[in-house]
Design a protein around this ligand. Structure first.
Ligand code: BGC
Length: 896
């Protein structure tokens, strides 16, 4: 088996991490073991970049060129650079050699321009699934592949990674970010950014900062004290800035301590650009700029999307006149925009933007599969129910068996090259009999009507007609064909019809059965739905906001008797007017982008639980595939409960199947913890996250033992939502969310409060066992300049090959201010054949011992206090296998 040694800038720097190249299919270049942390220069585009027709920027003073060019621009030209040209691109000034650059979402794939049905793209596992691998080398490889994917979409800037913290299990975007631990998040993000930027594509680390919830995301004020701000929420950004120098950063929607995040000078000016000396470009979140002067003054360089709402030439000039801005503010921001252009596409590179294309290659497919396998987290496995062996008949049960649950919702979603369901995955990996029962319905909204719909042209989908003005007047000005009936028009409303337009959706729906079938309809603006010319749903004057499309109405549900095979004509009328009318004054405009969603479900006359019980009883092993999906977990809103949806249907199914067949494996697909009232009855539980296009294959490989799972939880699974530290302050009241738990986030809280979790941070089993030898340290003292290396011999004491993730937590035995019981400060991943022993090498430095004290210096500093520190080496935060201690002889302080 081929193995290589790799150095890295991870805590396990220099660790011997063995990667099975055959299994991983990853070609990784060996790096000398003592490779230092990358400097911004070292992360600059390489020859490869130049070969891609791009330029290499000067290594001496990279910003000089941008500054020189800015000085040659007129004030109007400078101002024009400070906002997007359109939804995704920056402004070009061709006569001055300034091309436009293109941005693309997002964290687990490069989607390209269209939110739905865009150019097919590689769909990687979601953030928390990537994080469950704890594999920094794989993260870097993922970054490299995403660089190629972004380039294939013609994009220069990827709007990723998302590094916000998991504060509550209910966070709508937790799936997209990594962990409740800032160190793990920072290390993984730094690797991802290094990989991505090695391809000449800018990372945009987001959302800076305090964006841990989606409820009222553009209005809530995150009240965060300085210490948790530094030790928890800023920490992942800090680590990534220090180790990988992201070229761009996205400001958050929310407010922090009374100021909009994009106007908060403390975090942007004083910390990010001041203390950390970060020289990159700040992009606002989309519509996350709230004023003309304040965001420029604090240092946000580009307002997105364009055309500008706040930075039109006369608005900026007016602010200059009033003295709210100085010319230097404009010059600085414009120079930073040009710096980003220079770092990516290259100044004077006027080659036209490449059209979006798909490059579906086997290397990326393999990497996604391997990342999926390494992210699968085995929570429980009594009596070796897994891997499934010697079974002749396997029952696949659950609402997610035949659905592709590949990603969470919102800007992380994309149109994948292909998907694999658990059902697909098992077909070519199991030779025996496979049976199926859906068991229950778990959908949040009615499924999209699209598969039943044909447009006039005969193609699946709908005809979308846009009219100038909000009264459907005259001929349609633009006609589009849309495959999906999820019609959010942010990305497709024609620019020249904005802001006020009306639209009609026309399609023919053919029922597959006779019955009392249900429709659902939600619209962003006023909307109504006709069936065969008759008004069916009137949603024109809606008042209650729902969750779809960020600003749509609630779903209106209505049923109608329809006949199998007998088509009905559907017509939707809607406009871009803002609803409810009361919102107009809040968002400051009467028109938005508009859109609607049409759902459809045929009457179900089957007892699904009974069917599942019968199928389970007749099989040797039952595999239940349950969980959430992109509608339950999405950008735009938070989860309402930690329970599996909906209304207990999946919990009832699980209980019934567990009673019917004791050899039942529960596979849960979600990006956040769920409550498991049946946990003691289930012999095997596998946490399967959202794993992208290879989800079904990765799952099947692990179920049948073709590969051993190696995921470990990057977030605690609590028993009850009430146990979570943010419970009392979630999601806040009167638009204020007090981060009252302070630094005690995740395991830091459960340990301090002595609350046993359902499954602890860092926990994950596999198909073998590991023995840890006694850890040894290179020194018994740590100082500002002297690091410590810890070596832990680990032996695979079982019968199959697998990875182990070794974690090192540091405990400050005595400190002036209270500190958590212990904190993760290093980790390493090792691949071991049965009987094999290898050393895992973990590095500790000053950052491993420091905490932030606001009473020090002028406005606080990091301090390592003299005294004893313990290192607890373990397989999870509760499964500690070895201990040692070291001393800090003399206290010392630092800023960055
Ligand atoms: C999200 C960002 C995303 C942007 C562009 C915003 O709503 O918060 O993360 O990159 O949209 O889609």
């Amino acid at each position: 088996m081929a193995t290589i040694n790799m150095g890295s800038t991870s805590p396990a720097e220099g660790a011997i991490r063995q990667i099975d190249l055959k299994q991983a299919s990853i070609q990784v270049q060996p790096v000398p073991l003592d490779t230092p942390a990358a400097t911004p220069e070292e992360n600059s585009p390489s020859d490869e970049h130049a070969m891609a027709g791009k330029k290499i920027f000067s290594l001496e003073q990279p910003t000089d060129k941008a500054r020189e060019l800015v000085a040659k621009l007129t004030l109007e030209e400078q101002i024009s650079l400070l906002a997007g040209a359109d939804f995704w691109r920056s402004m070009a000034i061709p006569e001055k050699g300034i091309p436009s650059i293109k941005t693309s979402d997002g964290p687990n794939g490069a989607r390209g321009e269209f939110f739905t049905n865009g150019t097919p793209a590689a769909l990687f596992p979601c953030g928390i699934s990537m994080a469950s691998t704890w594999n920094v080398d794989m993260m870097e490889e993922i970054g490299r592949h995403l660089g190629d994917e972004a380039t294939a979409r013609g994009a220069n800037v990827l709007l990723a990674p998302t590094v916000c913290m998991h504060r509550s299990p209910l966070g709508g975007r937790n799936f997209e970010s990594y962990s409740e631990d800032p160190f793990l998040t920072g290390k993984l993000a730094a690797s991802y950014v290094r990989g991505l930027q090695s391809k000449g594509v800018a990372a945009t680390i987001k959302h800076f900062v305090g964006n841990e919830q989606e409820t009222e995301r553009q209005a809530y004020d995150a009240v965060i004290a300085e210490r948790p701000l530094r030790e928890i929420y800023l920490k992942p950004f800090e680590i990534t800035v220090r180790e990988a120098s992201p070229w761009a950063l996205m400001s958050a929607y929310n407010m922090i301590n009374g100021k909009h995040a994009d106007e908060y000078e403390h975090t942007i000016k004083e910390i990010l650009r001041g203390e950390w000396k970060w020289d990159g470009t700040i992009i606002s979140d989309w519509t996350g700029t709230y004023a003309t002067a304040a965001s420029l003054k604090s240092g946000v360089d580009i307002e997105m999307p364009g055309p500008s709402k706040w930075r039109k030439v006369d608005q900026v000039k007016e602010s200059l006149k009033k003295g709210e801005l100085e010319l230097k503010d404009i010059e600085d921001a414009a120079a930073r925009v040009l710096y980003l252009v220079d770092r990516t596409k290259g100044l004077n590179n006027m080659t036209p933007e490449e059209p979006e294309k798909s490059v579906d290659n086997p290397e990326t497919r393999n990497l996604i599969l391997q990342a999926g396998i390494e992210g699968l987290t085995l929570l429980k496995n009594e009596d070796n129910v897994l891997p499934i062996k010697d079974a002749k008949k396997v029952a696949m049960i659950g609402p997610n068996v035949k659905r592709s649950i590949a990603s969470g919702g919102g800007s992380a979603g994309l149109n994948p090259y292909y998907t694999t369901t658990p059902w697909d995955g098992i077909q070519n990996r199991f030779k025996g009999e496979i049976t199926f029962a859906q068991g229950c319905d778990s959908a949040k909204w009615l499924p999209l009507a699209s598969p039943y719909c044909k447009a006039e042209s005969g193609e699946t989908g709908v005809r979308l007609e846009y009219y100038r003005g909000d009264r459907f007047k005259g001929e349609a000005a633009v006609v589009q064909h849309k495959v999906s009936t999820d019609l959010w028009l942010w990305d497709s409303a024609p620019m020249d019809l904005l802001p006020d337009f009306s639209f009609k959706v026309k399609t023919t729906l053919t029922p597959k059965s006779t019955g009392n079938h249900s429709f659902s309809f939600a619209s962003v603006g006023p909307g109504r739905m006709f069936i065969n010319g008759e008004l069916f749903i009137d949603n024109w004057d809606w008042t209650e906001e729902g969750e779809a499309m960020f600003s749509a109405s609630q779903d209106v549900l209505k049923s109608i008797q329809l006949e199998e095979g007998k088509p009905v004509e559907i017509l939707i009328e809607s406009t871009s007017e803002v609803r409810p009318a009361s919102k107009v004054s809040v968002i400051g405009r009467r028109y938005d982008y508009g859109g609607c969603r049409i759902g459809y479900q045929e009457e179900d006359k089957i007892d699904r639980i009974q069917e599942a019980v019968d199928v389970a009883k007749a099989a040797d092993v039952a595999v239940l595939v349950v969980g959430l999906d992109a509608e339950w977990e999405s950008e735009g809103y938070d989860r309402q409960t930690m329970d599996l949806p909906k209304d207990g249907s999946q919990d009832r199914l699980i209980e019934a199947v567990l009673a019917a067949n004791p050899r039942t494996v529960v596979v849960n697909q979600s990006g956040t913890p769920i409550s498991m009232p049946w946990v003691h009855k289930a012999p095997a539980i596998l946490q399967a996250w959202y794993q992208g296009q290879e989800a079904g294959n990765a799952l099947a490989d692990v179920l049948f033992g073709n590969a051993s799972p190696s995921g470990k939880l990057p977030t605690t699974f609590p028993v009850r939502i009430e146990d979570n530290p943010a419970y009392h302050n979630w999601p806040g009241e009167n638009l204020k969310t007090i981060y009252g738990e302070g630094i005690y986030v995740g395991y830091r809280h459960y340990e301090r409060s002595k609350i046993a979790p359902l499954f602890p941070f860092g926990h994950g089993l596999t198909y073998t066992t590991f023995e840890y030898g006694t850890p040894t340290a290179s020194s018994t003292t740590l100082s500002e300049t002297e690091d410590i290396t810890i070596t832990v011999p680990v032996t695979n004491s079982g019968t199959v090959a697998a990875h182990e993730i070794v974690q090192a937590y540091v405990k400050d035995v005595k400190s002036t201010l209270p500190r958590p019981e212990k904190e993760l400060q290093a980790f390493g991943k090792v691949f071991l054949l049965p009987g094999e022993t290898k050393d895992v090498v973990l590095k500790l430095n000053k950052h491993s011992v420091g905490y932030f004290d606001t009473s020090l210096g002028q406005s606080g500093a990091w301090i390592a206090e003299e005294g004893l520190f313990e290192v607890l080496v373990g397989a999870s935060c509760v499964d500690i296998r070895g201990k040692l201690s070291f001393e800090v002889k003399e206290s010392f302080q630092w800023i960055f």
